[in-house]
Unconditional design. Structure first.
Length: 364
């Protein structure tokens, strides 16, 4: 019986080796095809754009539709995401600015969306991300826009008011927060806990229960918190897996967020519009006259034409006291006939209307 099992295992290993060779050959064929695509595009247009968000969204959706297991749809799509990222890097490596330093959730979102072959560039602030993309120093930027627990990131919304950049995509990231210490930390003498303000808020109840006397210090990012505790013996940090791994920290408590389904949505910003992918969202900012019924005037066209609103946020306008602008997300692409009708109706009622972008819904 033992010999039979060894024979079976040996046959299976041979089969895996053969399959690995086939996979290797097919990935190499795909990479060579990507190089040929780059050659054809460059010959036709020296300024050709290689990364097409709508094309990649279609490919990943098709992979998930055709997947028959045993790997689940998202796992299979992530594998293809990395293959596509590596092949695209042969055409032209993508440079992506993110809210740094390295190890933030924003960097994790950037790599989830673009794959690990993209060149991620840390920025000190959201404003810096917008400036780098606008200047053409990077191809795209990734910025947080809302958290399921703590709500909208107002700094990101306000940045769109002064920018001509377009939203090219979105990515949603499950956020798991961990209590981290360094090799220098005296665990029984922790008096200070560093983290981003949003993360401190997302873990408020856990902190009240476990570390009620510790000072909570908000810093620019979770990665910055992770860096700080390396040189302090009486402090800990709240951050994610990427920061823990990058700075060699140890978890003394994991998944301490108050809401188990805690997620953050990030936007991909760039200089070019995105054609329809077949399953899209549109974001816009609307400035209304300061009069009764302004919100109803915005919502009514969506109801009449049966378009699904996914988010409405209000921010103070810079044009005058007690004036407001509305940030609106809805399903559909700006080139869809129904969406065009809604935008026309809104343009008649608004002081100003600007479409921030139509883009594929997040696939992963």
């Amino acid at each position: 019986m033992a010999n039979d099992k060894k024979d079976d295992l040996g046959h299976l290993r041979v089969q895996i080796d053969q399959l690995d060779q086939k996979i290797l050959d097919l990935i190499s064929d795909r990479a060579r095809c990507a190089q040929e695509v780059a050659r054809v595009k460059t010959a036709a247009d020296p300024d050709a754009v290689f990364y097409r968000p709508e094309r990649e969204a279609k490919v990943l959706r098709k992979i998930m539709e055709k997947n028959v297991g045993p790997l689940n749809d998202e796992e299979m799509a992530r594998l293809f995401r990395e293959i596509m990222s590596a092949c695209l890097a042969l055409e032209e490596p993508i440079k992506v600015a993110f809210l740094g330093p390295e190890g933030t959730f924003t960097q994790q979102a950037a790599l989830k969306h673009f794959g690990h072959s993209a060149v991620s560039v840390p920025m000190a602030s959201i404003d810096d991300v917008f400036r780098e993309v606008a200047a053409g120093a990077v191809n795209y930027g990734v910025v947080p826009v809302e958290n399921s627990t703590e709500g909208v990131v107002s700094h990101t919304l306000d940045s769109f008011m002064d920018s001509s950049l377009k939203i090219c995509g979105e990515v949603v990231l499950r956020i798991h927060q961990h209590m981290l210490v360094s090799e220098n930390t005296r665990r029984d003498q922790i008096t200070r806990i560093y983290s981003h303000a949003q993360s401190l808020a997302q873990c408020r109840k856990w902190l009240d229960s476990h570390w009620p006397m510790a000072e909570r210090v908000a810093v620019s990012s979770n990665a910055e918190a992770a860096k700080r505790i390396k040189g302090e013996w009486n402090s800990a940090a709240i951050a994610g897996d990427m920061a823990a791994d990058m700075y060699g920290l140890e978890k003394i408590a994991d998944k301490i967020e108050d809401q188990p389904d805690n997620s953050t949505r990030f936007l991909i910003i760039g200089n070019e519009g995105v054609p329809a992918s077949g399953d899209d969202k549109t974001s816009m900012v609307i400035s209304m006259r300061n009069q009764p019924g302004a919100l109803h005037a915005i919502l009514e066209p969506f109801h009449v034409h049966s378009l699904d609103l996914t988010r409405v946020e209000t921010r103070p306008s810079r044009s005058g006291v007690w004036n407001y602008v509305f940030f609106v997300d809805f399903e559909g692409h700006k080139d869809d006939p129904v969406v065009k009708k809604v935008l026309e109706r809104l343009a008649e009622r608004a002081n100003d209307l600007r479409v921030l972008g139509s883009y594929p819904k997040g696939v992963l």
